[in-house]
Write a protein that binds this ligand. Structure first.
Ligand SMILES: Cc1cc2nc3c(=O)[nH]c(=O)nc-3n(C[C@H](O)[C@H](O)[C@H](O)COP(=O)(O)OP(=O)(O)OC[C@H]3O[C@@H](n4cnc5c(N)ncnc54)[C@H](O)[C@@H]3O)c2cc1C
Length: 399
């Protein structure tokens, strides 16, 4: 397609990856974010092999890999149970070993931001988008009163709080508090493993090695503790030492990580929601990433989905000469993969985060043993890697 003028709302994972991919194809790209200076929020996440393939294509994988930690195993136990409840090894496909790339969000942001700037993407901070105009050439309006130049295509990549997306997601009762602490020198847990401990489905504590911060030399850990929206206020009001004692009683091996937390504001709450737009495209407008679909991070796929959206959209614009055709192709190419992962996420989440007594019992006594029997380990590994089914359809090149 001939070079387009593209405006992207949101310099997050999806927005920046798309900006880099489009600029590499010769489009004129401007990205707007509400931040006064580009910076990330939150703790750590895992980029799965499908997401790593997109990072490679946009020139961001090297930087991401120099910062991130390779995760080869995800292992979770319920209290009092010897058999693992979660036991997923990445393994190999066609003889090539695979891993999750666990990163501090700042490191991931640094990698995709650098890749975008290098190929000439224009970034405008302090631009909080409020609306987008109708019509063949779309314009963005901002809280500071400015209105953008007209764009051939506006992309809404402004995440779960998008002011442009019509998506009304269903709030999930559970979320988690997330913090980052130094990886302890005498770490009792393996440095290439996501480790979790569960008490029924009411409580979960997790430890994820996430490598280095940009410019940092000390390896970091993401620590998370599952709780409900209703429990947050009580957690904030009680002494931090009381929570630490509770976490350590649930999982004594987590003590050196939990001890890195000394005050409440080191832990950030994040609550999850679930839902997808039926149609993420309209003339001259497309919603990608969390602005188009949201799920709990139980399967660790949200950032990967945003990266795949970005790649698919960039490739649809290469494949079609007409913008409307390209947007239709984009929608078609991602529909099935997204639907399956949203469905899987909805099924898995209550097994790990709910008030149910029945679901964790089913998980512990039936699903966990079945998960050890071939070909279940292979299927689970492909599910986590993000390629249980092809991430793109309709003849678009996979990343
Ligand atoms: C606690 C937690 C853990 C997670 N763990 C994982 C994981 O392990 N693996 C995984 O793949 N996913 C994980 N996810 C999901 C993942 O973080 C999201 O799916 C992903 O960040 C979505 O990318 P995005 O580009 O759509 O949005 P974001 O990355 O959220 O980016 C949105 C951007 O838009 C900007 N913005 C918002 N509103 C405006 C506005 N009005 N105007 C201008 N700019 C705006 C924001 O400042 C931000 O920069 C996790 C999510 C949470 C909450």
């Amino acid at each position: 397609m001939a070079a387009l003028k593209v405006g992207i709302a949101g310099a997050g994972i999806g927005g920046l990856a798309l900006a880099a991919a489009l600029a590499r194809s010769g489009h004129d790209v401007t990205v707007y974010d509400q931040f006064d200076a580009p910076r990330p929020v939150g703790s750590g996440l895992v980029i799965q092999p499908v997401g790593q393939a997109v990072l490679f294509r946009i020139g961001a994988l090297d930087v991401a890999e120099t910062h991130g930690a390779q995760v080869t195993h995800m292992l979770g136990h319920a209290t009092g149970k010897r058999m693992p409840i979660l036991d997923v090894k990445y393994g190999s496909v066609k003889g090539r070993p695979r891993h999750g790339l666990a990163l501090h969000r700042a490191a991931l942001f640094h990698a995709v931001h650098q890749a975008a700037i290098k190929v000439g993407v224009r970034m405008l901070a302090s631009h909080e988008v409020v609306s987008v105009s109708d019509g063949p050439k779309r314009q963005l309006s901002f809280t500071n009163g400015e209105v953008s130049a007209p764009f051939d295509l506006v992309v809404d990549a402004s995440g779960a709080g998008s002011p442009l997306s019509p998506l009304r997601a269903r709030a999930l009762p559970y979320g988690a508090i997330w913090g980052v602490v130094d990886w302890p020198d005498d770490a009792p847990l393996p440095a290439h493993q996501l480790s979790q401990r569960y008490e029924a489905a009411r409580r979960m504590v997790g430890v994820l090695p996430i490598g280095l911060l940009p410019g940092g030399t000390r390896r970091q850990t993401a620590l998370f503790w599952s709780l409900t929206r209703d429990e947050l206020a009580a957690w904030q009001a009680s002494p931090i030492e009381a929570w630490k004692a509770q976490a350590k009683a649930l999982w004594p091996e987590a003590a050196p990580y939990v001890d890195g937390i000394t005050q409440h504001d080191q832990m950030t709450p994040a609550f999850y929601s679930h839902g997808s737009l039926r149609t993420p495209v309209a003339p001259g407008l497309v919603h990608i990433g969390d602005a188009a679909h949201r799920a709990s991070p139980q399967l660790g796929q949200g950032a990967n989905m945003a990266l795949l959206d970005a790649w698919a959209l960039s490739q649809a614009l290469v494949a079609r000469g007409d913008l409307a055709d390209a947007l239709a192709l984009y929608h078609k190419s991602r529909r099935l993969h997204l639907w399956v992962y949203q469905w899987m996420s909805a099924v898995f989440t209550p097994l790990y985060q709910s008030h149910s007594r029945f679901l964790p019992a089913l998980r512990n006594h039936l699903l966990a043993p079945v998960a050890q029997i071939p070909p279940s380990p292979y299927i689970l590994s492909r599910l986590v890697c993000g390629d249980m089914l092809p991430p793109l359809r309709s003849g678009l090149p996979a990343p």
